[in-house]
Design a protein around this ligand. Sequence first.
Ligand SMILES: NC(=O)c1ccc[n+]([C@@H]2O[C@H](COP(=O)([O-])OP(=O)(O)OC[C@H]3O[C@@H](n4cnc5c(N)ncnc54)[C@H](OP(=O)(O)O)[C@@H]3O)[C@@H](O)[C@H]2O)c1
Length: 225
Amino acid sequence: MSTSPKTAVVTGISSGIGLALAHKLLAEGYHVIGTTRTGTVEGPANENLQIVSLDVTSDASIELAVGRIAALAPGGVDLLVNNAGAAPDVFAVAPDRAAFAQTLDTNVTGTVFLTEPLLPHLNEGGQVIFISSNMGLPRNAAPNGPGYRLSKAAVNMYAAMLAKRLAERHIRVTPMHPGWVQTKLGGDQAPLTPEQAADGLYQGIVTNTESGQFWDATVGAVAAF
Ligand SMILES: NC(=O)c1ccc[n+]([C@@H]2O[C@H](COP(=O)([O-])OP(=O)(O)OC[C@H]3O[C@@H](n4cnc5c(N)ncnc54)[C@H](OP(=O)(O)O)[C@@H]3O)[C@@H](O)[C@H]2O)c1
């Protein structure tokens, strides 16, 4: 008996963690719908990878992207990975209004208002993953990154709320910390490659059964909020 491949939507696959996770999911047999702001991605074409143009700060872009995702995934979406994110104030201490607004618009408002119209397209038994950060946990409070830390704290709360809403549909919702990763956002001093981070995140996708809990992919376990 053949089973059709699972469909994953991964936002922000132009680089970094999103790109590595898209490739990991392809290697694991998923049909992947990845989003980028340009509507293209570098690298060889893959028949199981489709690219949708998306800027999460634009309502018009979200509407077009959701329509396209629905058309590309007539059997529904099994895994939504909200990965797209920005961190312009991660080294700053004093909040800067423009950086703060960009961070919250992208990481919180964009993430929430992309996720909401995709909820009807999620399959029963599916999963929603948020690439969050342990920088958004109050126990890790530090002076730097005001917009970024607040944005990830908000994402963690939204994930916990969504887990309650989607429990009836048996959809698991998990905010995940990928570790400190060598990307445009994480810089080149980080200890993990995007591929190592993607492997850790994938283990969490496969093994975590606790919806609404914070998952630390660096240790492969649920961590306290
Ligand atoms: N690197 C780390 O150490 C680390 C640690 C914890 C959590 N994270 C989280 O991991 C996620 C991925 O980051 P990364 O480290 O892989 O950095 P990255 O290489 O800079 O990737 C960020 C991705 O988000 C996309 N993006 C930014 N603004 C967007 C918008 N308005 N609409 C749609 N897409 C947008 C970027 O697209 P463009 O190419 O068009 O800008 C890019 O594809 C983020 O949520 C980040 O907060 C990273």
